[in-house]
Design a protein. Structure first.
Length: 513
């Protein structure tokens, strides 16, 4: 039994300030006599008292805008059997009133590191679970969702990262949600600074490592694509059994920047568009049936698949998911059938139809507002044009609403110019009628577009999508528009989508902040 107070204490190297209350039970008690609450096993871990369930241990984390120690009393009141803190001053002078006096209080040097250590210990207890780490610049969340869907649809029991739980809080919480009876655990592993993959991979210790792509992400810290590849490849050093053993499996994009890192690594499957790839994408296109968009693609010139997602780049994410399923013993035909029933992740090329825009006709939004870098932005533009050319949703005009790409460092200006170049180039395949650009970084793209003569009334720039900005942007849309909405997380372009939806539903638009 992992979930006991002393196991938690041993895992994180803590010391009891207040030991959990104990009740002596008679040795001759009936076997079916329920244990008192104080002897019930710990049921998991929580870092948020708003959702903490009775029986969950509370870890008092600190963030940019909160300190979990301020909510210690709430955790005790909610029924946490133990609480892990790193500041003893959080304990009231008179202690906690009953039944709070039953809660054990453990002090550690750093609660964030304690959470990682508890998760690492619990991961070691998952003896029958295949652990999959999904890394990469783009496509992690979609690939995680596809792996979870295929494996679950084919009868395997398991757990996967919720939303984009891919950092030093989300990854350990994902591991701690897993059950000892799980057959698989999928952990999305992200990074925005050098060394983060190492920290997380040491905890995850995957049996299977997936690297979805190498792209121009967080170049402020990584410098260039070689730096990105070096960071993502760190996961290979922490495969269960080691990268050179026959135990761990690597499923990786065929990016040239990864070639050296993959040299000598056993059990490697690569996927991509180039000839050396083990799984080579030989064709991909959109199909429209009864108003539904499908992505159809072919692997190695013969294996055909369909998935109800948009974006030809998602064929690569699907290929990675299929390779994982194959590694876990799933029948190829069953995996393909499961893929055809998959769904997308929230705010990742999510199709949303909105009525009431420009009259009864409405508009169709491709909501990809979760995050952005130059490669994913260009892929989004390509998807917009491809769907427009296919006549999806009866589109009369293609519109892109693009937010600036942050954490790009010296690569910011050329990265934003590359987006402008993509708009001009893809418009030759199918017209983009309007480009709405948001944020300081997008001034570079605006100037580049105007310098090509593409600009005029077809380009609008806004400093922000805050407040009135979101309303003004929404007001530019017309009935019959097919609209791509994409930008870095902090730009929060989903606020524009919210205004469009509210207006289409005839609801009063709340202030957008």
């Amino acid at each position: 039994m992992f979930w006991t107070p002393d196991n938690i204490r041993a895992a994180c190297g803590g010391a009891w300030i207040v030991r959990p209350a104990q009740i002596e039970l008679p040795r001759d008690r009936p076997a079916d006599l329920p244990l008192p609450d104080l002897h019930a096993p710990i049921t998991g871990v929580s870092t948020d008292t708003r959702t903490l369930q009775k029986g969950q241990a509370f870890i008092a984390l600190r963030g940019e805008n909160f300190d979990g120690h301020a909510f210690l009393a709430d955790a005790v009141k909610a029924g946490a059997p133990i609480a892990v803190i790193d500041d003893a001053a959080a304990i009231p002078a008179g202690g906690f009133p009953a039944p709070g006096n039953a809660c054990g209080i453990m002090k550690v040097a750093d609660t964030g590191k304690a959470l990682l250590r508890i998760a690492a210990a619990y991961r070691e207890s998952l003896k029958r679970t295949k652990v999959i780490a999904v890394c990469g610049s783009n496509g992690k969340t979609t690939t995680t969702r596809l792996i979870e869907h295929i494996l679950g649809s084919c009868g395997l029991r398991g757990t996967a990262s919720a939303k984009s739980f891919n950092n030093a809080v989300g990854v350990p919480l994902t591991i701690l949600r897993a059950k000892e009876t799980d057959q698989f655990l999928v952990c999305e592993v992200g990074t925005n600074h050098p060394g983060e993959i190492k920290t997380l991979a040491e905890v995850v210790k995957p049996d299977v490592a997936v690297i979805t792509s190498i792209g121009r992400e967080h170049l402020e810290g990584f410098g260039d694509l070689a730096g990105v590849a070096a960071e993502e490849a760190t996961v290979l050093k922490h495969l269960k059994g080691g990268a050179s053993s026959t135990g761990g499996w690597v499923i990786a994009t065929d990016a040239p920047e990864l070639a050296e890192a993959l040299r000598g690594v056993k059990n490697t499957v690569t996927f991509g568009r180039s000839a050396p790839a083990t799984l080579r994408l030989t064709e991909a296109h959109h199909e429209i049936e009864n108003g539904q968009a499908w992505l159809a693609f072919t692997v190695n010139g013969r294996q055909k698949y369909r998935v109800p997602l948009v974006g030809e780049h998602n064929a690569l994410n699907a290929m990675a998911a299929l390779a994982v399923a194959r590694r876990l013993g799933v029948d190829e035909q069953r995996a393909a059938a499961a893929l055809a029933t998959a769904g997308g992740a929230e705010m990742r090329l999510m199709i949303e139809r909105v009525g009431g825009v420009g009259g009864a006709e409405g508009a169709t939004i491709i909501n990809d507002a979760y995050n952005a870098n130059p490669d994913s932005m260009i892929a989004g533009i390509e998807t917009l044009v491809s769907l427009g050319a296919a006549g999806f949703a009866g589109a009369k005009r293609c519109v892109c609403v693009l937010g600036e790409m942050l954490e790009m460092g010296a690569a910011s200006a050329p990265g934003h110019r590359a987006v402008a170049e993509a708009i001009v180039d893809r418009s030759k395949k199918h017209p983009i009628g309007l480009a709405v650009l948001v944020g300081e970084g997008m001034e570079e793209a605006r100037d580049a577009l105007q310098g090509t003569g593409w600009g005029g009334d077809k380009v609008k720039w806004f400093a922000t999508a805050d407040g009135e900005g979101a309303g003004e942007i929404a007001g530019l849309l017309r009935g019959g528009d097919l609209v791509l909405v994409k930008g870095s997380r902090r730009v929060r372009l989903e606020r524009v989508v919210g205004v469009v939806k509210a207006r289409g539903a005839g609801e009063p638009v709340a202030p957008v902040g």
